[in-house]
Design a protein. Structure first.
Lengths: 304, 304
């Protein structure tokens, strides 16, 4: 089991998390500029969803990962903004009536409720597209080869053999009795692959060696699983108000989750073990990986 | 007015068009491989829509444009496949009930009718993502800088300031009295920007000079406009069977089009003038641009 983070350490971590969240917000604000004309509605919707706050865990992974390899902050922040655009697009499309049909996201009306379905579909498409534009531009890294590596890694993580495939699997599997290997595979595709990209992005920007990348890979594997288990726990134990999206949806939809398979107690225990393991994988980086190690604890102790 | 293409010339053109269509089909077949597991459903949907035929005008623009600059065929075919993935994704999302709500595409059930809405949304997302993966990979061009240029140019063409913005404008403008400048701007965003990318792709791959790019730009401008005018004419004059999608939709939706603004006769005349102009812009390339010049005539003479 993880120890509770002591108060001073926890304060440092929380302030680092809020600093990267605010840097990401600034980058997103700049990278999604408003446009003229009636089509500005789609940009309003993109901004509404992307600038809507959130914990910005994925940007934190990228920015802290980049610090290990002394990558310039501006580069990391652009990739962080791109990853958050992708995360936001996936939430907008997932919330659509034809998909998970959720009216609430981050405590606010979801994009199609605030605007309409057509605008929400286009806003998701626009964010997905913009993320690749940002990665391709020279401001992201002086070496085009690095930008191409980021582009291909992101596309693989979120395509039909990554996030989109995971979302499909989730829809196909609804109301089916899934076993642990299938639920684990679903998580790896649906949320794990993008988390893996975020954990690797700093190493790509910093042109890190294979050994470093391997350790980040094992970290992201355990962190991603722990994150999903806690998400499943919060869906059962949290209130809609606390988690900012409709609670109890998985059980209502008859979805097999880590909690339905393991029970809440064992699931929480498992998340703690995974978080400890995740932190250990980063020991080779010494102090430089402290924030990422603390993130693993934060992920299992969060209440929303 | 354009002259009717004489029969032998027309046969050469038609066979070139069908050759590039078949090369594009082969590339798409290879680049959208089937996956294992229940999530293969989304890949089925991607393949259903992307491999469903069509005239492949955008790939033709890319492949013929690349020939002007002696670009290796394999490179051009990969970019052609990527552009066709984008075109297909835009059709899938446009056909959704929340958007244009069309049950028919290329004479077949549209993606959400063949599968379901959720799968269609994901198939579009998957194709959009895969297009960027293909552009980023080293097989597309040995120089990463060229791949980044393609990535950024495509993203700009299809994002909120391009195709997605045009689609938004189209939805916002429904049932409004639009004037010629607005309808022209709508076309430039919704279909013109991707056509412009396709016309420039060969020049990017071939690292062509500014002058060549400028001539391709003026060609794509006139060609894109002519193409859209004829699309509007076919919507009025063609049968559903001929055009492979529901005919008469624009008028039913009260949409302002080139035809509703100019009348059919002047619209057809205008399309002819634009096609002639388009062909003239390419005279600097001599014989090398013959097929692109013939395409301009084909575009205004097509019946579907």
């Amino acid at each position: 089991m993880t120890d509770t983070i002591d108060t001073a350490e926890s304060r440092d971590f929380e302030s680092a998390l809020s600093e990267t969240a605010s840097a990401t917000e600034t980058a997103l604000e700049r990278l999604i500029p408003q446009v003229d004309g009636p089509e500005s509605r789609v940009v309003d919707a993109m901004r509404y969803s992307a600038l809507g706050g959130g914990k910005r865990v994925r940007p934190f992974l990228i920015i802290c990962g980049a610090e290990i390899f002394d990558v310039p902050t501006e580069q990391a922040e652009r990739v962080a903004a791109a990853a958050e655009m992708i995360h936001t697009y996936s939430l907008i499309h997932d919330d659509l009536p034809a998909m998970d049909d959720d009216d609430l996201r981050r405590g606010q009306p979801s994009c199609h409720k605030k605007f309409d379905e057509a605008t929400a579909i286009l806003a998701g498409d626009g964010l997905l597209t913009l993320a690749f534009e940002v990665l391709g531009e020279s401001e992201t890294h002086p070496l085009p080869a690095v930008r191409c590596e980021l582009t291909v890694a992101l596309a693989k993580a979120i395509g039909a053999q990554g996030m989109v495939g995971g979302q499909m699997l989730d829809l196909v599997a609804e109301n089916q009795d899934l076993d642990m290997p299938t639920v684990t595979r679903l998580q790896r595709l649906k949320t794990g692959a993008l988390i893996e990209f975020c954990c690797q992005a700093g190493a790509i920007l910093g042109q890190a060696d294979e050994k470093s990348r391997h350790h980040l890979h094992t970290y992201s594997h355990d962190l991603g699983l722990a994150f999903q288990i806690v998400d499943d726990l919060l869906d059962v134990e949290g209130s809609t108000e606390e988690i900012g999206k409709t609670a109890g949806k998985d059980a209502d939809a008859g979805k097999a989750t880590f909690v339905s398979l393991l029970g809440a107690e064992r699931a929480r225990e498992q998340a703690g073990i995974l978080a400890d393991q995740a932190a250990k994988h980063l020991e080779i980086f010494g102090n430089k990986a402290n924030l990422l190690q603390k993130l693993a604890k934060f992920v299992v102790e969060r209440r929303s």
